[in-house]
Design a protein. Sequence first.
Length: 310
Amino acid sequence: MTRLRRYCLPFLALLLCAATARAEYLPKAEKVADNVYAIVGPLGQRSAENDGLNANYGFVVTPAGTILIDSGASRLGAKKLDQAMRAVTDQPVRWVVNTGSQDHRWLGNDYFASRGAEIVALRRTAATQAAHAQQQLAGLARFLGPRLADTRPLPAPKPLAAAPATLELGGETLVLMHTDAHYPGDALVHLPRHGIVFSGDLVYVDRLLGVLPGSSVKHGRQAFRALAALKPTRIVPGHGHVCDLAQAQRETGDYYDFLVDKVGAAAQDMEPMDAVLDQHAELPAFRHLENYKDLHRANMNRAFTEFEGQ
Ligand SMILES: [Zn+2]
């Protein structure tokens, strides 16, 4: 036994180390169009291995500098995004545009600002960020531990007062418009010249979208219709792979419709909530999506509450 321990334990430790190292998530840029890239993060929960980068990001390379869309959940996460951009371009990050106020959308702002980037966000996005900052850091600490060190919340110091907002840099045009779906003040970024939308947390594919206590499925449905009217050829969703409008419609748009037309309508008709949730517990159209088992009932519950008494 002693001999076994003496020889096997170091070997086991080595194996474990190798397994841990392999589990570390390193973001990688994928080309969506000329000069436009997506970084598609893992679908699961925040962890020390993924540094809270369990969401999608993107960037646009222009002759005047790079525009990064969303900045990660921590200083180390932001650094990883920076490295993923470095693999594609030497252009410095000029702008960081925030599509939302969930932790992984903006807590890397400070890292890029300290390297000379300007933080760009709509005023309501920045206000929600400021309101949630401390709570988000506390929540992240449980997942990231010491890897959250030196992460400082920095909402855009000079947020944009008017929405939608049209911005130009190095010949690229970005339109930033509110969606207000996942968090109040959330936004999407439209690149009209490319027919590309970075949807922020409005669109989820491959996994079921999450309705949080502050989310609005009513706004989500409206915003999804506004997105569809833009007729994008490619969508970089908030979570899941880069997709087309048809997939976004099937996996997000149709689900917002369901939440509003079935669950919301039943709430307005004052039907008993439990019966409504039971009735729609099995939805074949969405059951294949990741997180369905964990989120579907809670999503319906929150949609019901949003429409109650309306
Ligand atoms: Zn998210």
